[in-house]
Structure formats: C-alpha cells, structure tokens
Ligand binder design. Structure first.
Ligand SMILES: NC(=O)c1ccc[n+]([C@@H]2O[C@H](COP(=O)([O-])OP(=O)(O)OC[C@H]3O[C@@H](n4cnc5c(N)ncnc54)[C@H](O)[C@@H]3O)[C@@H](O)[C@H]2O)c1
Length: 320
C-alpha cells in the first residue's frame, strides 16, 4: 500500500497533446517525470511545447519565468518504455484512443512496473477495466481522465473499477490535489464517466435542436453562453435544483423530458456533414458554421484568455 509521500517518480506513456501537457503539470509541481514516446520527433516537439506553454502561463500570471528551466530539468525523455517506467511510482498512459493499443500497453506496463505502481489511463470514454484486461495485476489499474488543455482545466476524473482497492483511489486523489488539479471520484466504470456523460447529453440535445430546425447553430450556442452557461461555474444542476426547489424541478421534468432527444444514435445531420467532409476547423472551416482562418484564431484566443482568467480567479478563491 502506497501513500502520497511514497510517490516520487511519474512516467507518462505517449508524448502527444495530452501526454506532454500532463507531464508538464507533474513536473511543474516538483515531480521527476519520464516521458515515453515511440518517436524521437514526438518527444522533441513535446519538450518544445512544454517550454513554450510554461513561458506563456508565466507571462499571464500563472507560474514564474524563473521556474521554467528548473521544471524542464525534471523531465527526461526516452523511446524505451521499460526504462521510463522502471522506477516509476505512478504511470499515466496517454496513447491514442484505441482499445487494442491501450490493452497491449497495459499488458506491457504490468510486466515492466514494480508491483504496487499505480497504472492510470487517460482514456476519454473507454472502460479502464477493459483496457486492463490483459494485465495480471489488475487492481492497480484505474482511469484518470484529464481535460484539454491539461495545464489549464482543473478537472481530473478518477475512475474506480470493481477491482480497485480504496487506497489506490485515495493516493490518486491526493496526488492530483497535490499537483493543483481538482480530482473527482467516479465510483463506477461506466462509458463517459461523469463529465463526458453530462457534456454529450447536452451536445445531443444541441445537435438535435439544429437538425429539427428549432434554432440555427449560432443561436443554440448563444442560448447557452448568454444564459444558463453563465451560471455553471458556480451553480451545478444539483445545486440549482436545490436552489429553485425540487418540486419545481419535478414539474418541469414532468412536462418537458418526453420532448427531449433520447436517440441512441448520433444525429443524422452530423453523419451527413461528416460524410460530405464538413468537419469544421480542420476542413477549411466548414462545419455547423463557416469559419475564416481569422475567426478560428479569434475563437481559440478567446477561449485561452477566458480559461486563464477563470483559473486565476479559482486560485485566488482557494488561496483566501
Ligand atoms: N485531446 C483531448 O482533448 C483529450 C482530452 C482528454 C483525454 N484524451 C485522451 O488522451 C489520450 C491521448 O490523446 P491525445 O489528444 O494526446 O492524442 P495525440 O494524438 O496527440 O497523442 C497520442 C499519442 O499516442 C501515440 N501512439 C499512437 N499509436 C501508438 C502505438 N501503437 N504505440 C505507442 N504510442 C502510440 C502517438 O504517437 C501520440 O504521441 C487518448 O486516450 C484521448 O482520448 C484526449
């Protein structure tokens, strides 16, 4: 049984967008981190991106410029997975979202790691139980679902399986608190965990409203951003129900739920757009709306600016 204080070295498997971003957060919090990727180019790009992101954060009041190089010095890179995990106490897998690939990675990790090393997958929606099915010691395999960008979004969903002993959850929750994240405990291994189930219930309704011609895509987004979306950072649905009254919530659900989208299939319009190659930013800007390169850049900048402000505000509240 491990405690938080026993965790000294972290290994991150996969050096893509999430892999190098999560590695950076562990290193910034003082941990030694080994970052593994098959390709040297991925590792080189990851290191470059980490230095750029740490500098960007420091320039915007999150961290200090003089801490950038000491943080980078805590990260080592390797193309040898066994070397990365040899003395690791906690391993975070961040390879592509492919079940067979992840199963093979966890089979190897299980063979290569110390017996009590915790093995976590950053899968967005897939089952940690299924991902760990080829390993022998499966009780130490859990989900830790970070959100993108990993250096700004505080949430990490810690996903328990039927085999997980309480100490694995406790240490993992403690570890993520210690690195400044906001871990939440998902008590069952269900597809989409908590936050992606919530998010995609909302997206299903949004895309259905567009498909049924009730409102155009921009109006759907405005209806959230200028309305209920504004309250969400301080008032979740369960808190909101308590505030307005469970009786009113029941009356509303009695009337409206039968009219909401409950399809188990993706939206027809979504399928048609994908078939036509209308994929959004990545296909010349045509998706639900049409985006010029300038509009795409402006939206990305607005999001980063907003997230930085929101994270700073959260930190100020926590520090009080
Ligand atoms: N991008 C997001 O918004 C996001 C958010 C949360 C969780 N995730 C999850 O994190 C994981 C990684 O996603 P990402 O966005 O960093 O993807 P990415 O494509 O940026 O990186 C994936 C990495 O996996 C590596 N890889 C692919 N095939 C491999 C193989 N056969 N062996 C070893 N490595 C291999 C690639 O080289 C790459 O470095 C996925 O499970 C994803 O669902 C992604």
């Amino acid at each position: 049984m491990m405690k938080l204080g026993d965790i000294r070295k972290i290994a991150v498997i996969g050096g893509g967008n999430m892999g190098h971003g999560c590695a950076m957060v562990f290193a910034a919090a003082g941990y030694s981190v080994a970052l593994y990727s098959r390709r040297l180019e991925t590792l080189q790009k990851g290191i470059e991106a980490m230095r750029k992101d740490l500098t960007f954060l420091a320039e915007h009041g999150l961290g200090k410029l003089e801490d950038v190089e000491p943080t980078m010095a805590r990260v080592t890179t390797t193309q040898d997975m066994a070397e990365a995990v040899a003395d690791a106490d906690f391993v975070l897998e961040c390879v592509a979202e492919d079940m067979a690939l992840k199963q093979d990675v966890f089979q190897s990790l299980d063979e290569m790691c110390k017996p009590d090393t915790i093995l976590a997958t950053n899968t967005s929606v897939m089952s940690p139980t299924e991902i760990g099915s080829k390993a022998r010691k499966r009780d130490r395999i859990i989900g830790t679902h970070w959100w993108n960008p990993p250096f700004l979004i505080p949430l990490v969903e810690v996903v328990q399986t039927e085999l997980t002993p309480p100490w694995v959850i406790d240490v993992t929750m403690d570890l993520h608190r210690a690195i400044g994240k906001h871990p939440v405990h998902c008590k069952k291994d269900v597809p989409g965990f908590v936050a992606n189930r919530l998010q995609h219930a909302l997206w299903r309704e949004a895309l259905s409203i567009v498909e049924r011609g009730i409102a155009d895509p921009a109006t759907v987004d405005e209806s959230l951003k200028y309305g209920p979306g504004l309250r969400l950072p301080v008032l979740g649905p369960c808190e909101n129900a308590d505030m307005v009254g469970l009786d009113l919530t029941l009356q509303i659900h009695d009337y409206v739920l039968k009219h909401l989208e409950d399809s188990h299939e993706p939206s027809r319009l979504l399928r048609e757009k994908v078939a036509k190659g209308e994929l959004g930013f990545k296909s010349g800007g045509v998706g639900y709306q049409t985006w010029t390169p300038e509009a795409q850049q402006a939206l990305r900048s607005r999001l980063l600016t907003y997230l930085i402000k929101a994270v700073k505000q959260m930190k100020e509240v926590q520090d009080k």
